[in-house]
Design a protein around this ligand. Structure first.
Ligand SMILES: Nc1ncnc2c1ncn2[C@@H]1O[C@H](COP(=O)(O)OP(=O)(O)OP(=O)(O)O)[C@@H](O)[C@H]1O
Ligand SMILES: [Mg+2]
Length: 239
C-alpha cells in the first residue's frame, strides 16, 4: 500500500475532528474525499502530508510511519500557493532546486512541464500576470516537477469556473496517464469525484469514514453511473 491510515484520530484541543479512520490507498490509485463542510477533509489531507500531529492511530507511507512532511507527498492547496515574486519558470523550478538539480537541467525540466500544462511562452511572467486557471496550471506543473510519489490536493479546482475546471480535470487525467501517481484529493463535487477517482471516501459530519464508493468508470468520458452517484449522495445525506 502506498498510503494507509490505521484508526487515524486527530483532536484539536478537546475536540475530536477525525475519528478512527481506516484507509488504504493503492499505488497509482486516485481517491476522492468528500463530506459536509467542517467534517475534517482538510485536516485529513494535512495529516497525510505530515503537517499535523496524530492523536491516536497512525499513518503509513510505503509501510513507514509518517512523522513529518516529505517531498514524496506533495500538498496542493486550493489557492495556488505560488511565490508571487518568482517568475512562473522559477516557481516550477523550486522543487528541482530543493533536490539540487543543476541549473540547466532544472530549466529544461521546468519548461517541459510548463509546455505539458499548456503554458509555453509564459515562463517569464509573474503569477499575478496570469488568470486563476493559469496559476492553477503552474501549481500543477510545479507539483509534477517534484516527482512526488503521492499528490494530496485540497479542492484543487474549487476556485475555478466550470469551463476551466473541466479543462483542468482533463489535463490531470492526461498527465496521470503518462505517469500514474497516487492522488488523494478533496472535492465537494460528486461528479468530479466519480469522474476522476477510482474510489470516493465519504466522511461524516463528526469525522468518521461513512463509506467508500467505487467508481466503475473513472477517467472516461462516460457520465457517472446513476447508482454510484446515488450511493455517494446517500452517504452525504446520512452524514
Ligand atoms: N487549527 C485548528 N484549530 C482548531 N480547530 C480547527 C483547526 N483547523 C480546523 N479546525 C476545525 O476542525 C474541523 C474540521 O476542519 P477542516 O478544515 O478539516 O474541515 P473541512 O472538511 O475541510 O471543511 P471545508 O469543506 O469547509 O473545507 C472544523 O470544525 C474546524 O473548525
Ligand atoms: Mg477544507
Amino acid at each position: 500500500m502506498t498510503l494507509r491510515t490505521e484508526h487515524l484520530t486527530v483532536h484539536y484541543g478537546q475536540r475530536t475532528v477525525l475519528s478512527g479512520i481506516d484507509l488504504d490507498v493503492a499505488d497509482a490509485e486516485i481517491l476522492a474525499v468528500t463530506g459536509p463542510s467542517g467534517c475534517g477533509k482538510s485536516t485529513l489531507l494535512r495529516a497525510l502530508a505530515g503537517l499535523l500531529p496524530v492523536s491516536a492511530g497512525r499513518i503509513l507511507s510505503a509501510g513507514v510511519p509518517v512523522t513529518g512532511t516529505s517531498a514524496e507527498r506533495a500538498l496542493v492547496f486550493q489557492d495556488d500557493g505560488l511565490l508571487p515574486w518568482r517568475s512562473v519558470r522559477r516557481n516550477v523550478e523550486l522543487p528541482l532546486a530543493i533536490r539540487g538539480v543543476p541549473r540547466a537541467r532544472r530549466r529544461a525540466e521546468a519548461e517541459s512541464w510548463l509546455d505539458q500544462v499548456g503554458l509555453a511562452g509564459y515562463e517569464d511572467h509573474l503569477p499575478r500576470e496570469l488568470s486563476g486557471g493559469m496559476r492553477q496550471r503552474v501549481q500543477l506543473a510545479r507539483t509534477l516537477a517534484g516527482s512526488p510519489r503521492v499528490i494530496l490536493a485540497d479542492e484543487p479546482f474549487g476556485a475555478l469556473d466550470a469551463q476551466t475546471r473541466t479543462a483542468m480535470q482533463r489535463l490531470l487525467v492526461e498527465v496521470w496517464r503518462k505517469r500514474p501517481t497516487t492522488v488523494v484529493f478533496v472535492t465537494h463535487d460528486v461528479d468530479e469525484a466519480l469522474f476522476l477517482a477510482d474510489r470516493v471516501a465519504v466522511l461524516t459530519r463528526d469525522g468518521r469514514l461513512a463509506k467508500i464508493v467505487g467508481s466503475s468508470s473513472p477517467r472516461t468520458a462516460e457520465p457517472a453511473a446513476a447508482a454510484e452517484r446515488a450511493e455517494v449522495l446517500d452517504g452525504l445525506v446520512a452524514a
